[in-house]
Design a protein around this ligand. Structure first.
Ligand SMILES: CC(C)(COP(=O)(O)OP(=O)(O)OC[C@H]1O[C@@H](n2cnc3c(N)ncnc32)[C@H](O)[C@@H]1OP(=O)(O)O)[C@@H](O)C(=O)NCCC(=O)NCCS
Length: 296
């Protein structure tokens, strides 16, 4: 049934679509130019989308509104983390600010403009993004630059992708509404003792609505995390994990491919890195082994 969809194409007024296309082409070409100041592009787009004015005019008339559109005048939570790479974050920050604030406007809430804008921005923020990335509104990242996204990935509304320790979303993975995917964790004994672990969502895997995936989990190809589940380990290929904490209770009954992109039994697990120099990295034998976390 590959290629089958339950979605249908929807079109809008041709003149409106032509105006949107021009806006998207302009944004794409400005961001493609290495000489572009991303802070300036972001504040200009936001001044138009939010206030229908040039940034300079807005600054003269309503300085507080204008100053808050320039990413150099705002901070993100990630900037308070010692582990955030200052240089990498400075590069993506104006585009994350643009992404976040467009979601407060009709440009972001309208999928006809919001989805292609995010596709453009993802190409300049993420470590990697494949074809046809489809991201709906109100999705948040920690730093954005630690996201690795394959082809045909879909992320639905109100999702938190905490990528400070790295998140991989493999080809055709789907993340449903109100999901939280984490890649950092705090010690039970000592809050400032933070460990980063890359979290992996395999090819065609589905993380369904209102579920949470904790740092370092590996969800294999074609696996599924049930709604409202709390995953704190791995799901083997085709497994369905449910509950709090999640346990694998069933497997999808279907033909097995010859090779998996992500199989939690063999996929390299992230042993974890400390995010705070006051706490040393664990010795290698404290790291998890492949398959060790399977929730069977
Ligand atoms: C995983 C899921 C598909 C199971 O649905 P189902 O096959 O219809 O399951 P059933 O209703 O027949 O329930 C089977 C058993 O699993 C349990 N169960 C089902 N869903 C559960 C859940 N989310 N959490 C915990 N237990 C669950 C049921 O209580 C039942 O237990 P029992 O056998 O002890 O009575 C469903 O819970 C789910 O998460 N759907 C998500 C929908 C989706 O695809 N969202 C993405 C859209 S973008």
């Amino acid at each position: 049934m590959a290629g089958v969809t339950w979605l249908k194409p929807v079109s809008i007024d041709g003149d409106a679509q032509a105006a949107y296309n021009e806006f998207l082409r302009d944004l794409e070409s400005r961001l493609a130019d290495p000489a572009t100041d991303r802070n300036v592009v972001a504040r200009e787009v936001l001044a138009q989308a939010m206030y229908g004015r040039e940034y300079g005019q807005l600054l003269a008339d309503a300085p507080i509104a204008a100053l808050n559109l320039d990413a150099r005048n705002v901070t993100f939570e990630a900037e308070y983390y010692m582990v955030t790479d200052t240089e990498q974050f400075a590069r993506v920050k104006p585009l994350l600010w643009l992404w976040k604030n467009l979601d407060l406007t009709p440009v972001g809430q309208n999928p006809v403009t919001g989805i292609p804008v995010r596709r453009i921005l993802a190409g300049h923020i993420f470590r990697r993004v494949g074809r046809d990335f489809k991201c709906w509104q109100n999705v948040e990242f920690s730093v954005g630059y630690n996201m690795e996204v394959g082809h045909g990935v879909v992320v639905h509304r109100h999702v938190l992708l905490d990528d400070i320790g790295g998140i991989e979303l493999h080809d055709h993975a789907s993340v449903s509404d109100y999901v939280n995917i984490y890649s950092h964790t705090h010690s039970v004994l000592d809050g400032p003792d933070v460990t980063l672990r890359r979290t992996v969502i395999g090819r065609g895997a589905r993380i369904t609505y209102h579920s949470t995936v904790l740092a370092g989990s590996v969800v294999s190809d074609d696996a599924m995390l049930a709604t409202h589940a709390l995953l704190r380990g791995d799901i083997p290929p085709h497994g369905i994990a449910m509950g709090l904490p999640a346990r694998v209770t069933r497997f999808k009954d279907r033909a097995r491919p010859e090779a998996y992109a992500v199989d939690s039994r063999t996929y390299p697990h992230d042993g974890g890195r400390k995010a705070n120099p006051h706490f040393p990295d664990p010795t290698p034998n404290q790291s998890r082994l492949p398959g060790e976390g399977d929730l069977l």
